[in-house]
Ligand binder design. Structure first.
Ligand code: NAP
Length: 256
């Protein structure tokens, strides 16, 4: 397969990010996989290579202030100038409001908001010059409404949606597009971690906690990583007008 475009996908060593990398790879993009754990990145790269997808890896902690520039340098070095950036890396700390610390908020904002803004700042001049480019944020329904015990995450995801709206409004007419994809609960490690925390607090098993989470989705079922990935690949390919794409709706669609 000939790579016609380079896509950076953050948090792509597992879960939703790996599935997005696979969907974009199948659509002909070469992929820069980014996460912290080197062994998981290599396993992800090998699983894509087995399908004929060209991928390179870059290990770094995306909370570092210099991460955006390092990621773009790595993409240029290994694959070429990125046309697509998918800000997917994320963590979802759970804590009661009174136990939500400044450090928790700072770390969550660094990953979900400061990094996507820094990547946009660094990549935009080139994208604008070429009159093409696409930035996708994997936000959440937590970017549109609140859930208990996830204050830092809810704040960060609301800010991620706000950042995407700011990008989309300022970039209108430039050929560069920005989308925020908002899934409800998706069955991944992050979700199982949250279910384990719920189970530890109450009298539920992890499976019961997962079922309760699924019932909080508008669609009353867990989303799959493939659904999220296919939505991202369609937005990148079809270039629809719109900004905030709500996946947790039947059928999914744009809010604005
Ligand atoms: N799962 C859900 O129910 C759900 C719902 C809505 C939205 N989302 C969003 O979807 C995105 C992906 O979630 P997921 O469920 O696929 O999570 P996941 O399975 O926990 O994967 C998270 C990915 O991000 C990487 N990562 C985490 N912290 C990082 C850091 N500081 N620096 C670099 N990489 C980092 C992880 O690799 P390393 O640990 O090796 O760094 C991993 O590749 C997140 O933004 C999440 O908020 C998830």
């Amino acid at each position: 397969m000939n790579a016609t475009s380079v896509a950076v996908v953050t948090g792509s060593s597992r879960g939703i990010g790996l599935e997005i990398a696979r969907a974009l790879g199948r659509a002909g993009h070469a992929i820069l996989l980014v996460a912290r754990d080197v062994a998981s990145l290599e396993a992800a790269r090998a699983s894509l290579a087995a399908e004929g997808i060209l991928a390179a890896t870059f290990a770094c902690d995306l909370r570092d202030a210099t991460a955006a520039q390092s990621v773009l340098d790595a993409a240029r070095r290994s694959l070429g100038e990125p046309d697509v950036i998918v800000n997917n890396a994320g963590t979802a700390p759970t804590a009661k409001l009174e136990a939500t610390t400044d450090a928790m908020l700072d770390e969550t904002l660094a990953l979900h908001v400061r990094l996507p803004l820094a990547l946009a700042r660094a990549a935009l001049p080139g994208m604008k010059q070429r009159g093409a480019g696409c930035m996708v944020q994997i936000a959440s329904t937590a970017g549109l409404r609140a859930f208990p015990f996830t204050t830092a995450y809810t704040i960060a995801k609301h800010a991620m949606v706000g950042l995407t709206r700011a990008l989309a409004s300022e970039l209108r007419g430039s050929g560069v597009r920005a989308y925020a994809v908002c899934p409800g609960f998706v069955d991944t490690e992050i979700t199982r971690g949250a279910a384990a925390a719920v189970a530890a607090r109450g009298k539920l098993t992890i499976e019961q906690a997962l079922q309760r989470m699924a019932e909080q989705n508008e669609t009353r079922r867990m989303h799959t990583t493939v659904e999220v990935a296919n939505a991202v690949a369609r937005l990148v390919k079809d270039r629809p007008d719109g900004c905030t794409y709500l996946l947790d709706r039947d059928p999914p669609g744009f809010l604005d």
